[in-house]
Design a protein around this ligand. Structure first.
Ligand SMILES: *[C@@H]1O[C@H](CO)[C@@H](O)[C@H](O)[C@H]1NC(C)=O
Ligand SMILES: *[C@@H]1O[C@H](CO)[C@@H](O)[C@H](O)[C@H]1NC(C)=O
Ligand SMILES: CC(=O)N[C@H]1CO[C@H](CO)[C@@H](O)[C@@H]1O
Length: 399
C-alpha cells in the first residue's frame, strides 16, 4: 500500500523537486566564450536571473574568461547565486578598465546572494603594483580593487579565490549578515596595498575557514563595523588582522564587537593590531574586541595597539589620538615572535585604553636582539593564567 502510494505520487514529487531547483543562466547561452571578454554575456545572464521570481543561478563554467569590468546590481526578485567554476581574468593594464572610478567587479544592493563554484577572480595586479606609491604619496593614482560588495544582505560567499588584485582584494561596505567561507585570497607578500578583505560600515559579517596570503593587511576593519566574527582564518604573508587606521575623518563611526578566534598567523608583520592616528579629529569608541585561541608563528609584532600610528611621518605626534579603546580581551595566544617586543600597547594619553584583559599568553622569542619584552603606555591590563612574557612588567609604564 505504502509502495503503491509512493509510486503513484512519484511523478508529482519529482515535479515539485524540479520546480524548486534554481533556474540556470549559463553565460554560454548569452554568448560568453572562453578567452573572450564576457562582460556582455555575464551582464545579460545576471539581468535575466535577477528578474526571475524563483531562485536562479548564473553560471560561469570551467575555463578561462576575460572581463574588463562589471557591475552587478540588485535588488533581485528572488535568491540568486553566482557560480564561478572557471577563472575570470582582469586586463593586466588597469588603464584599460572602461571606468577608472569603478572597481573591477562591483556587486551592489543584493539580498540573498550566494557566490560559489570553486573558481578564481584573477586581478592580474603585477603591473599595477609597480605603479603604486600610495603608502608614501597621498596624491597617488587610485588603483581599482578586485571585488567590491556594497549593501549586500543575508548572503554567502564561499569557495572562491581572489588572486593578485591590483589594490585591496575585497571591499565590503554597508553589508549586513554576510558570510565569507572557504574564501581564499592570494597575492605575493611584496605586493602593495593588496589588503585581503577590507570591511567597514557593516554589521554581522563572518569570515570563516579562510586562507589569506597578501602584501598588506589580511583583514582590515574600518569604521562603523559592528559584530564581525573571524574564525579559523590562516593569515600570511601579510600584515595581520587590523582595526584601522582610524581617526582621520571626523564622520567616522564606532567599531564594536570584533571577535577573532582560532586563527593562525604565519610569518606576518603583525598578528592582531589596532591603529589610530594622532593629531586626528575623530572621537570614536573602539570597544568589545575579543581575541582568543590564536597561534603566532614567527610574527614580527604579535599583539599591537598603536595609537601613534603615523607611517612615513605623515602626521605630528604632539596631540594624542582621541579614540577610546576599551573592553579588549586577549586570551590563549601561543607561538613565536620574530622580534623581542611581543606585545606593544601604545595607548592615547588623552583617552587611555581601559578594561584590557590578558589571559594565557605564551610567546617565545628565539632571536639574538635581547630578551622578549612588552611595551605599555597609557594602559593597565589585568591578567589571568600564563604570562609569558610578563605583560607590562619590564616596560616603562608612562601612564
Ligand atoms: C543571514 O543570512 C543567511 C544566508 O542567506 C540566512 O540563512 C539567515 O537566515 C540570515 N539571518 C538572518 C538573521 O536574517
Ligand atoms: C580552536 O582552538 C582551541 C585552542 O587552541 C583548540 O582546542 C580547538 O581545537 C580549535 N578549534 C578548531 C576548530 O580549530
Ligand atoms: C578605484 C577605487 O574605487 N578605489 C577604492 C578602493 O578602495 C579604497 C578603500 O576602500 C578606496 O579608498 C578607493 O577609492
Amino acid at each position: 500500500m505504502a509502495l503503491k502510494f509512493t509510486l503513484l505520487f512519484l511523478p508529482l514529487l519529482a515535479h515539485i523537486v524540479n520546480t524548486q531547483q534554481p533556474a540556470t543562466f549559463d553565460i554560454g547561452k548569452y554568448g560568453g566564450k572562453p578567452n573572450a571578454n564576457i562582460h556582455e554575456a555575464l551582464s545579460s545572464a545576471w539581468k535575466e536571473a535577477c528578474a526571475a521570481t524563483t531562485p536562479s543561478t548564473v553560471v560561469v563554467p570551467k575555463g578561462t574568461f576575460l572581463l574588463n569590468q562589471l557591475k552587478l546590481v540588485g535588488p533581485c526578485k528572488a535568491p540568486i547565486e553566482l557560480q564561478v567554476q572557471g577563472t575570470i581574468i582582469a586586463p593586466s593594464d588597469y588603464t584599460l578598465l572602461p571606468d577608472k572610478n569603478e572597481e573591477w567587479i562591483t556587486i551592489n544592493y543584493v539580498d540573498r546572494l550566494t557566490i560559489s563554484g570553486g573558481g578564481i577572480f584573477d586581478g592580474q595586479g603585477k603591473e599595477a603594483w609597480t605603479k603604486n606609491d600610495c603608502g608614501k604619496n597621498p596624491k597617488c593614482a587610485k588603483l581599482p580593487l578586485n571585488l567590491s560588495f556594497n549593501f549586500i544582505t543575508n548572503s554567502i560567499i564561499r569557495d572562491v579565490t581572489t588572486k593578485d588584485s591590483k589594490n585591496f582584494h575585497v571591499n565590503v561596505i554597508g553589508c549586513k549578515n554576510v558570510t565569507f567561507q572557504q574564501f581564499t585570497v592570494s597575492a605575493p607578500g611584496d605586493s602593495i596595498n593588496t589588503d585581503g578583505l577590507h570591511i567597514a560600515k557593516s554589521e554581522g559579517i563572518n569570515v570563516l575557514d579562510s586562507v589569506i596570503k597578501t602584501g598588506d593587511d589580511c583583514i582590515s576593519i574600518g569604521d562603523g563595523m559592528k559584530e564581525l566574527h573571524i574564525e579559523r582564518v590562516i593569515c600570511g604573508p601579510g600584515h595581520g588582522i587590523s582595526i584601522g587606521s582610524l581617526g582621520k575623518d571626523v564622520t567616522e563611526e564606532d567599531v564594536t564587537g570584533i571577535y577573532v578566534k582560532n586563527c593562525t598567523f604565519i610569518g606576518t608583520q603583525n598578528g592582531i593590531r589596532v591603529k589610530t592616528w594622532p593629531s586626528a579629529p575623530a572621537k570614536l569608541q573602539i570597544t568589545d574586541l575579543h581575541y582568543e585561541d590564536i597561534i603566532m608563528d614567527n610574527v614580527e609584532n604579535p599583539i599591537v595597539i598603536d595609537q601613534e600610528y603615523c607611517p612615513w611621518n605623515q602626521c605630528k605626534l604632539d596631540s594624542p589620538s582621541l579614540i577610546k579603546i576599551s573592553k579588549m580581551s586577549v586570551k590563549n595566544i601561543k607561538g613565536t615572535s620574530a622580534t623581542p617586543v611581543a606585545v606593544s600597547f601604545v595607548c592615547s594619553k588623552t583617552v587611555p585604553c581601559e578594561n584590557v584583559e590578558m589571559g594565557n599568553i605564551d610567546l617565545a622569542y628565539r632571536g639574538n636582539q635581547g630578551p622578549i619584552s612588552t611595551k605599555c603606555t597609557n594602559v593597565k591590563p589585568t591578567f589571568v593564567g600564563k604570562q609569558n612574557p610578563p605583560i607590562c612588567a619590564n616596560a616603562a609604564q608612562s601612564s
